[in-house]
Design a binder for this molecule. Structure first.
Ligand SMILES: Cc1cc2nc3c(=O)[nH]c(=O)nc-3n(C[C@H](O)[C@H](O)[C@H](O)COP(=O)(O)OP(=O)(O)OC[C@H]3O[C@@H](n4cnc5c(N)ncnc54)[C@H](O)[C@@H]3O)c2cc1C
Length: 447
C-alpha cells in the first residue's frame, strides 16, 4: 500500500460525529498520523439536541470542541473544513482549499434531512440535526408565545397556538412530548394576556403508529404517554403541503405558527461522491469489513453506511451502530498494520430507548419491554454516561434534576430574528393598547 509518509501511515477521517470520533479515539495510540476533517469545530451529541431546541440545555452542554477532545494526542490534526469529494485513484480527499492525501480513509459524514423532494419546505419546517437548527427551533417556539402575548395585548383576536411536529419517529416523539411540557407547565404561569397551556401540540405520523422501529406494544404505550402529556397524536396523516403558518394533510389545513420536521433522513452527499453503489437513501453499501468495493483502504461508518445484520435487516441509523463501527474500522487498520487478516463487523445490539417527555419513555432490551418512569430513568442515565466530557455529564445531570423538580427550563433565550414565517400576515395593523387593556396587563389572562 502506498504510504504518504515513510514512517507512519496517514488516516484521514471525514466527520467527527459518533463514528469518526470513536475511530480516531481508538487509533490515537497506534503508529499512525490522523487528520480529522469536520465542517464544524465541535462534536454534537445529537440525542440531546431536542433539549437545546426546547430550552432545557445550552449548546455547550451537549457539544465538545473536537480539538479539545484530542488535546493530548500529538498525532492528531484537526481541520475545520468542508469536504467536497474524493479522488480514490490518487487517494486524496478534496476539500474547499486543498487536497489531503491518505493511506486510509474513514468517511463518517452522517445523514441530513430529507423533505421527500420538497426542499422548499425546509425554511418553513426546520429539522433537528445541528446545534444551529436546534437554536432556530428554540427561537421559533419561544417567539410564538411572545408574539401571541403581544397580539393578545393589542386587542386582536387570538392566534392559534398550534405546534405541529411532522414525523412520529424517536425525534418527533421527544420533540412533541417536551413541547407539551413547556406549554402546559413551564410557561403556564408566566404570561398575562395569553394562556400558554391552551397551546396544541399536534404530532403527525404518516404510518399507522408512532415509533415504528419499536414493537407494537411499545408504540401503543408511547402514544398513550404522549396523550397523557397533552399531545394530539394523528397517525395515518401524511403531510401533503407546508405553507407559511400552516400544514395540509390532504383536505385538512392546520394553522400552526411552528412546524417542525422529523420525518425523513438522507445520507450525506459524500456517500454518492465515493462513486460506489448506494441504497435509496444514499447510504453506501459497504463490505462486511465496512470498506467499499475495490478499495480496502476506504471505510464508511455510521449513518452513511448501509450494512445488513445476520438476519438480513439493515442496521439502524443510531449512535451505538456508529460507535461500534468507528471502533471496528480502527481495529481493522490495526490488524492490517500488524499483518493480520481482517474480520467482519457484527453489531452488538444492547437495546433501544426512546424518551417521550417528563418521566415518559419506552425501552426495548430484547424480550424485555419497559415503559414510563423506569424507562425514562434508564434513558437519562445512559445518555448522560455517553456524553462527551466529564464537565458536560455533571452539568446535564444537575440541569435535569433541577428542571425535573422545578419545571424550569434555563436556556429560554430568543436570539436573532424576531419574526416567524407566516406570522406577520396575521398581525393587525398598528396595534393600539387601549386603557382597558393597560389595566388588564398586570393580572388578567385571556383565553
Ligand atoms: C435529533 C436526533 C436525535 C437522535 N437521538 C438518538 C438517540 O436517542 N439514540 C441514538 O442511538 N441515536 C440517536 N440519533 C442518531 C445518531 O445521532 C446518529 O445515528 C449518529 O450521530 C450517527 O453518527 P455518524 O458519525 O454517522 O454521523 P454524525 O454524528 O451525524 O456526524 C457526522 C459528522 O460529519 C460532519 N460532516 C458532514 N458532512 C461533512 C462535510 N462535507 N465535510 C466535513 N464534515 C462533514 C458533520 O459536521 C458531523 O460532525 C439521533 C439523531 C438526531 C438527529
Amino acid at each position: 500500500m502506498a504510504m504518504t509518509s515513510k514512517t507512519k501511515p496517514r488516516v484521514v477521517i471525514v466527520g467527527a460525529g459518533f463514528g469518526g470520533l470513536n475511530a480516531a479515539r481508538s487509533l490515537v495510540k497506534e503508529p499512525v498520523q490522523i487528520i480529522i476533517v469536520d465542517r464544524k469545530n465541535h462534536h454534537t451529541f445529537q440525542p440531546l439536541l431536542y433539549q437545546v431546541a426546547t430550552a432545557g440545555l445550552s449548546p455547550g452542554e451537549i457539544a465538545a470542541p473536537i480539538r479539545g477532545v484530542f488535546r493530548g494526542d500529538d498525532n492528531v490534526v484537526v481541520l475545520l473544513e468542508e469536504v467536497e469529494g474524493f479522488d480514490l485513484e490518487r487517494r486524496v480527499v478534496r476539500t474547499r482549499e486543498q487536497d489531503l492525501a491518505y493511506d486510509y480513509l474513514i468517511v463518517a459524514a452522517g445523514a441530513t434531512h430529507a423533505y421527500f423532494g420538497h426542499d422548499e419546505w425546509e425554511p418553513l419546517a426546520p429539522g433537528l440535526k445541528t446545534i444551529e437548527a436546534a437554536l432556530e427551533i428554540r427561537r421559533r417556539v419561544l417567539l410564538t408565545f411572545e408574539l401571541a402575548e403581544r397580539r393578545a395585548l393589542s386587542g386582536a383576536s387570538e392566534e392559534a397556538l398550534n405546534f405541529v411536529v411532522v414525523g412520529g419517529g424517536a425525534t418527533g416523539v421527544e420533540l412533541a412530548g417536551t413541547l407539551a411540557e413547556i406549554a402546559h407547565h413551564v410557561l403556564a404561569k408566566e404570561f398575562r394576556s395569553i394562556d400558554p397551556s391552551r397551546a396544541r401540540i399536534i404530532l403527525l405520523e404518516g404510518g399507522p403508529r408512532v415509533l415504528p422501529a419499536y414493537t407494537e406494544d411499545l408504540s401503543r404505550s408511547a402514544e398513550d404517554q404522549l396523550r397523557r402529556l397533552g399531545v394530539e397524536v394523528r397517525t395515518g396523516s401524511l403531510v401533503t403541503s407546508i405553507e407559511p403558518g400552516a400544514v395540509r394533510v390532504g383536505e385538512t389545513r392546520i394553522v400552526a405558527p411552528v412546524v417542525l420536521w422529523a420525518a425523513g433522513v438522507a445520507a450525506s452527499f459524500l456517500g454518492k461522491a465515493l462513486g460506489v453503489p448506494c441504497d435509496r437513501a444514499g447510504r453506501v453499501l459497504v463490505q462486511p469489513d465496512l470498506s467499499i468495493p475495490g478499495h480496502p483502504e476506504v471505510f464508511v461508518v455510521g449513518d452513511l453506511a448501509s450494512l445488513k445484520d445476520e438476519h438480513g435487516k439493515v442496521l439502524p441509523g443510531v449512535a451505538p451502530v456508529a460507535i461500534q463501527e468507528g471502533k471496528f474500522v480502527a481495529k481493522a487498520i490495526r490488524r492490517d498494520l500488524a499483518g493480520q487478516p481482517r474480520e467482519s463487523f457484527h453489531y452488538w445490539d444492547k437495546g433501544s430507548l426512546a424518551t417521550i417527555g417528563r418521566a415518559a419513555a419506552v425501552a426495548q432490551f430484547g424480550k424485555i419491554h419497559i415503559s414510563g418512569f423506569v424507562a425514562w430513568l434508564s434513558w437519562l442515565f445512559i445518555h448522560i454516561f455517553f456524553l462527551i466530557g466529564f464537565r458536560n455529564r455533571i452539568l446535564v445531570f444537575i440541569q435535569w434534576a433541577w428542571s425535573y423538580f422545578t419545571y424550569e427550563r434555563g436556556a429560554r433565550l430568543i436570539t436573532g430574528d424576531t419574526t416567524l414565517p407566516g406570522w406577520s400576515g396575521m398581525q393587525p395593523e398598528k396595534p393600539e393598547v387601549t386603557s382597558r387593556q393597560k389595566e388588564k396587563i398586570p393580572t388578567a389572562r385571556a383565553g
